[in-house]
Design a protein around this ligand. Sequence first.
Ligand code: UAG
Ligand code: ATP
Ligand code: API
Ligand code: MG
Length: 503
Amino acid sequence: MKTLSELIRMTPVVKVLGSADVEIKDVTADSRKVVEGGLFICLSGAHVDGHDFVKAAVEKGAAAIVASRDIDVPSSVTAVYVKDTRKAMEDMVPFFFDYPTRKMRMIALTGTNGKTTTTHVAAHILHHAGHKTGVIGTIHALIGDKEIPTHNTTPDVIDLDRILARMAEEKVEYVCMEVSSHSLVLGRVAGCEFDDAVFTNLTEDHLDFHKTMDNYAKAKAILFHMVSAKGQIKKGKSAWVNMDDPYAHVMEEGVDDRNICALHTYSMIHPEADLYAHDIHFTGKSSSFKVTYEGKDYDFETRLAGRFNVYNTLGAVGACLSEGVPMETIVEGMKDFKSVPGRFELIDEGQPFTVVVDYAHTPDGLEKILTTAEEITKGRIIVVFGCGGDRDRMKRPIMGRIAARNADIALVTSDNPRTEDPASIVKEVAAGVEEVKKEKPSLSYEVIVDRRSAICRAIELAKPGDIVLIAGKGHENYQILKDKTIHFDDREEARKALKLKEK
Ligand SMILES: CC(=O)N[C@H]1[C@@H](OP(=O)(O)OP(=O)(O)OC[C@H]2O[C@@H](n3ccc(=O)[nH]c3=O)[C@H](O)[C@@H]2O)O[C@H](CO)[C@@H](O)[C@@H]1O[C@H](C)C(=O)N[C@@H](C)C(=O)N[C@H](CCC(=O)O)C(=O)O
Ligand SMILES: Nc1ncnc2c1ncn2[C@@H]1O[C@H](COP(=O)(O)OP(=O)(O)OP(=O)(O)O)[C@@H](O)[C@H]1O
Ligand SMILES: N[C@H](CCC[C@H](N)C(=O)O)C(=O)O
Ligand SMILES: [Mg+2]
């Protein structure tokens, strides 16, 4: 526990009204989560301003409030005025939680696609090597097998440090964590000390937020500045960069001091990379390949399908090598890595065709997964997909074009429409499909706004040997609509549709 005076010593303060000599029981930026004796930080968000919830925070027993404009509080509550409440939060919160990232080894993954997969692969290898691991990312946070729900790929600094503190308390040795570009720009990882930073790739997404690919790349590069910054407590930092990605140089330039942080590369194209994968064979739903490391070849066998998963494996392998795991242990560990929920997840009810649920929600992800489907299918490719609302609109027609080029049947449907009109989102996606349809008359395509009906239709159309690819929502068990979030799980819907078809 910390006192308010200790906390406010961490950040520039304009004035304090009331006593700073109070013990702070907890910290939150959400009035609904304030506890008796807690500190409430007012943040101005995309939708509302936390300053408007001071009364609610006081009613819940807040001992102190951090604000950047005048607030009205009773004399029993201390008001701390700062210029920038977000900065104050970033300064105070890691201290409040005793800088948990200094107590564990931290492997941080960034990139447009492959973060979740790579964190799970790295955690699996480290677990296989006998270590206690934690994972933080899109699906959930994990302490060993114990699940903690997360709302963002990278939680905000308070939720993040709370989870990390719990991990440190439970003696986790290694945390494998997704670091999204949003989190790097929005200061969610403030005060985190990372040991290994891995860059997977950078392709179009999130331009609603970053506006340009250059800004997006610079956001990712913040991670590489962080891992190579002076004055860190821990030693032995590494950066692993996918050398085959056109934005690799931006990440490499982000490594400010190579004496602090060793820069390594991985590749499937360049033999001079520190880790080079070659002689790749895909045997349906698994793969085998060789990895050259320090002049020696290692034979990898994995149950992961797709060329892109070789990249994900290399990223994870690199970080584990830097953490001292012997390559022989890594090779053994990879043999029994099963899969990640909602990533190329096979739905098997004994039907004579393949059904896959996958989280591809970017142009590159969709292309990669369709290419993988092409390698596996003995018949046609039927793809069901859409795009999320309130997110990058530019990717919609691009994904339409990719689906149309790579599939035989494209069913355009809703993803998470959020506050947007589902019909207009599918229209923007379908525009891309139609463009390709002009040059590809063999393409069959339908627009079915209701996702359940679209999944049913895909299964109904499937013939023996075909592959049905249900893309975009993967592990998600909900659908976000304008006014509510409903239970919806592509895997359940696919199973229901398969049973219906059987009858
Ligand atoms: C744009 C964005 O990132 N928004 C994040 C932001 O929400 P916001 O700015 O809308 O917050 P707000 O609702 O306006 O509220 C402002 C403040 O008032 C407080 N409040 C609000 C209501 C109330 O009754 N009382 C109260 O105190 C809120 O707790 C908050 O502190 O702060 C929230 C709490 O930390 C986040 O959950 C939320 O992420 C939203 C849900 C989101 O969808 N973000 C996406 C874009 C995102 O961050 N994605 C990346 C993944 C990218 C990738 O992997 O590809 C991620 O890391 O998840
Ligand atoms: N290395 C990769 N390159 C391109 N596409 C990939 C790669 N790895 C995975 N994908 C595709 O992207 C989808 C999402 O993968 P994953 O969840 O690992 O990425 P992520 O970076 O965590 O995504 P998010 O930004 O949502 O957190 C997968 O289901 C697959 O279709
Ligand atoms: N991390 C991604 C997830 C997208 C998932 C997709 N189902 C959607 O809702 O758009 C994002 O925040 O954009
Ligand atoms: Mg993820």
